[in-house]
Design a protein around this ligand. Structure first.
Ligand SMILES: Nc1nc2c(ncn2[C@@H]2O[C@H](COP(=O)(O)OP(=O)(O)O)[C@@H](O)[C@H]2O)c(=O)[nH]1
Ligand SMILES: Nc1ncnc2c1ncn2[C@@H]1O[C@H](COP(=O)(O)OP(=O)(O)O)[C@@H](O)[C@H]1O
Length: 207
């Protein structure tokens, strides 16, 4: 039985759909009880970002050494930089009984599914491709060529959404945050019900 262990929650989806925005909304809510796993990356620190808060910023050499040492649950090369989820923090936090939340791109989520099939996988989807493109343009961080590439990548990624446990449409940030929180609550209730049934069956078998 695993009831003492925390749940691993994975929020993923195409670039520009609003993963970072929804994640921030979730963690700005004092009612949120899950722990955020801070990723490691080799990308440059942006203005206002703090090492150890937004990311652990690493050199390429250091990141590759950590890959060699098997220190990641998953890692991916995204637009020329490495991103990865540190294994120790996630495992230790779940062992203590806390839920751990990952906000990662689609390739990384695929790797997590292989290692933690019991995790909760939530795909954040745009209301439509036009709005996805508008968000990428509106964010102002990518050139028109990069946006074109991200849209074509998004079309491929959207086809994978049926592999997830839940799809949340990010039409409104607050609504999407609420949906994610409800899904986590529901998953806890479902897990408790399954474990209670298992316990009953075990009692019957043992008597
Ligand atoms: N696979 C993986 N992806 C990550 C991780 N951390 C962040 N990402 C994803 O990497 C992508 C780029 O993140 P970032 O450079 O912060 O840019 P932005 O989110 O597009 O502003 C986003 O889709 C994040 O969800 C991680 O540990 N592993
Ligand atoms: N529900 C929403 N409605 C309108 N704009 C949104 C919504 N969610 C996010 N955005 C905007 O879309 C852009 C991309 O969001 P971001 O969180 O950076 O995406 P991701 O982390 O998935 O790449 C940002 O400019 C953000 O303000």
């Amino acid at each position: 039985m695993t009831s003492d262990k925390g749940l691993l929650i994975v929020l993923s989806g195409p670039s520009g759909v609003g993963k970072g925005t929804v994640r921030k909304e979730i963690f700005d809510d004092p009612a949120t009880t899950f722990e955020y796993s801070i990723s490691m990356t080799t990308r440059d620190r942006r203005e206002g970002e703090v090492d150890g808060v937004d990311y652990f910023f690493k050199s390429k050499e250091e990141f590759e050494r950590l890959i060699e040492e098997d220190k990641f649950i998953e890692h991916a090369n995204y637009v020329g930089n490495y991103y990865g989820t540190p294994v120790d923090y996630v495992v230790e936090t779940m062992e203590k009984g806390y839920d751990v939340f990952l906000e990662i791109e689609v390739e990384g989520a695929k790797q997590v599914r292989e290692k933690f099939p019991e995790a909760l996988f939530i795909f954040l989807a745009p209301p439509n491709l036009t709005q996805l493109e508008e968000r990428l343009v509106g964010r102002g961080t990518d050139s028109p060529e990069v946006i074109k590439k991200r849209i074509s990548e998004a079309k491929r990624e959207l086809k994978l959404m049926n592999l997830y446990d839940y799809v949340v449409i990010n039409d409104d940030v607050r609504a999407a945050k609420n949906r994610v929180q409800c899904i986590v609550e529901a998953s806890h209730m479902k897990r408790a019900r399954v474990e209670s049934k298992l316990r009953k069956t075990l009692l019957e078998v043992n008597n």
